[in-house]
Structures are given as C-alpha cells and as structure tokens.
Design a binder for this molecule. Structure first.
Ligand code: C2E
Ligand code: MG
Ligand code: MG
Ligand code: MG
Length: 293
C-alpha cells in the first residue's frame, strides 16, 4: 500500500509539473516556427468619430493563423510570447505588416486612415525601437501621421520608466502619435499623463460596458473625458457594443469610439472592400457610418 501511495504521489505530482514545463517548451517552439512561417496576421478594427461620424483610424490586432488550431486569439499566446521574449520579434513583424498593408491600400488607390499598433513593454528594452519605427515607415513610404502606437499603463509604470520615457519622446519626435490603452485599469496618475508624451487616452472597455448600470463607472468616464480634454488629449472609448453607450459617450464629448457596434476586428481584405465602397468614398457619408462599417 505504501508503495502504491508513493507511486500515486509520484504520478500526481511530478508529471503534472513536468507536463507544464514540456508543454511550455513545445509551445515556445511552436511560436518560433510560427514566426519563421509568418503565421501571425493582423486584423483591423475601425475607430469612428463619435461626433461627426466617419473613420478615424484602424487598430491592428494580432492573431495566430495556426495550420491546425485555426485562428488563435492573442490572449492564448501573448502571455508566453511576453515571458519568453518572443514578443519582441512578433512586434517587429506586426510593425512591418501594418506598414506594408498601409502601403498596399495606398497602391490600390485607397485612402486608409491611420493604423494603430500595440507595443509591449519588452519592445522598449531590446533593440532600437525608434529606429525600427522610422525604418518601417520609410521602407513603406509612409508619413509618421499614418501610424499610431498604443502603450498600456503597465509600460509607463515599469521600473525602467525613465528609459521608456526617453524612447517615447523619440517616437513623438518622429511625428508618430501615442495612445494610452486600457486607461483606468491600472494606477497611472495625472503626474504620469503630464510626464509622458501621450496624445490620446483609450478608456478601458470595462468602464464603457457598465455605462447605464454603474453610476460610479459613469462618473469615472465623465471625469476621464473632462480631464483628458483639459490636458489637450483626445479620448477614445473601447468596447462600445450598444447605441446607448455610444450615445452617452458622444453626449459627454468623447471623441472617438471603437467596439463591436461599429465593427469587429476584421481581416485586411474585408477592410479593403469597405475602403472601396461608395459609402466610404462618396458624398453618401451622411448615410451614417453604420452603412459602411
Ligand atoms: P487592446 O489593445 O485593448 O485591444 C482591444 C481588444 O478588445 C481586442 O481584443 C478587441 O477585439 C476587443 N474588443 C474590441 N471591441 C470590443 C467590444 O465591443 N466588445 C468586446 N467584448 N471586446 C472588444 P483582442 O484582439 O483579443 O486583443 C486583446 C489584447 O491583446 C489587446 O487589447 C492588446 O493588449 C493585445 N494585443 C493585440 N494585438 C497585439 C499586438 O500586435 N502586440 C501586442 N503587444 N499586444 C497586442
Ligand atoms: Mg490596443
Ligand atoms: Mg485596450
Ligand atoms: Mg485590453
């Protein structure tokens, strides 16, 4: 019996630990293979002017087009990509792909709005991010205003924040604008907003989704819009799913909205179709953005 117990213990304990490790290694290997095979693709989500209507930008969101597993969302591979440092290489591919896509739309005679890419903290700590962005733009023949970068509160609260501040200043000097993502979920303070060269605040979708349900969150949203505006920042609301949420936000003076109400993240080809549509290009604009996006 003692033997069986020891055995059971062994089976329960060590293999579980080893399995996790083995799985992690296998997944890391898979990520490296995916990088070589260029399996990371960008989906684009529209950002809409809440007051005058029309398309203000597109946020590029990475997905893993896995040969067997299909389309894998970022939540399932970014944590390990960050832990392993592979996020830096993925980030480079994202930058390159976003710039190339913008070039392709232009070459097709289309008029895409600015594209925003998300930056991970690790990208500030390896290589020369400012130079990479400058090169990405130059190689695709783009202007700095064609690109925007999104950073999170985690990045500006990082312990290397002085160095990150310096790099962000370099990005701003290029003429690329910076958005602070998921605002309100962390501990970024007024001091941070003053110290970091941020142009836009993106209100996290957790606040947007409790509009009409949670008076505190409503007050926070109202305050962020006022505060942001008084600091000269544009305000973007994420995760807008209902017309009521959009209505409340535009009433409060929020500048831009993003969310399933206006469009889910979609493949580049789908954006191409919409950029081609008469509703987007013609003076049928006043039909409303819903027609087009
Ligand atoms: P994020 O940058 O805050 O992006 C917004 C996320 O909210 C996206 O999830 C988007 O699909 C989702 N979303 C947009 N509208 C709605 C809505 O109305 N309702 C709901 N429920 N969700 C909405 P996604 O694409 O799964 O990306 C998750 C996160 O992964 C991103 O959050 C971002 O932090 C990270 N991420 C995505 N692409 C990249 C990338 O290229 N590089 C880095 N470093 N991070 C990325
Ligand atoms: Mg983002
Ligand atoms: Mg966000
Ligand atoms: Mg988020």
């Amino acid at each position: 019996r003692a033997k069986a117990q020891a055995c059971g213990h062994y089976h329960f304990f060590i293999p579980a630990y080893r399995t996790a490790l083995v799985e992690r290694r296998a997944m890391e290997k898979e990520l490296r293979r995916a990088l070589r095979c260029q399996e990371f693709v960008l989906y684009y989500q529209p950002q809409i002017h809440l007051t005058q209507g029309g398309l203000d930008g597109l946020e590029a969101l990475v997905r893993w087009q896995h040969p067997r597993r299909g389309l894998v969302p970022p939540a399932e591979f970014l944590p390990l990509a960050e832990e392993s440092g592979l996020i830096v290489t993925i980030g480079r591919q994202v930058l390159r792909q976003a710039c190339d896509q913008m070039r392709a739309w232009r070459d097709a005679g289309l008029h895409p709005p600015r594209v925003a890419i998300n930056l991970a903290t690790a990208q500030f700590k390896q290589g020369d991010l400012v130079e990479e962005i400058r090169q990405g733009l130059t190689q695709a023949g783009l202007a700095p205003r064609d690109l925007e970068v999104e950073i999170t509160e985690g990045t500006i609260l990082d312990r290397d924040s002085a160095e990150i501040q310096r790099i962000l200043a370099g990005i701003r000097e290029l003429g690329v604008e910076i958005a602070l993502d998921d605002f309100g979920t962390g501990y970024a303070s007024l001091t941070h907003l003053k110290r970091f060269p941020v142009n836009r605040l993106k209100i996290d979708r957790s606040f947007v989704q409790s509009l009409g349900q949670d008076a505190d969150d409503e007050a926070i949203v109202k305050m962020v819009i006022q505060l942001g505006h008084s600091l000269g920042l544009a305000i973007v609301a994420e995760g807008i799913e209902t017309a009521e949420q959009a209505g409340y936000l535009s009433q409060q003076g929020c500048d831009v909205g993003q969310g399933y109400l206006f469009g889910r993240p979609m493949p580049a080809e789908e954006v191409t179709l919409r950029l081609r549509s008469p509703a987007f290009n013609g003076d049928e604009r006043d039909q409303g953005v819903d027609e087009c996006w």
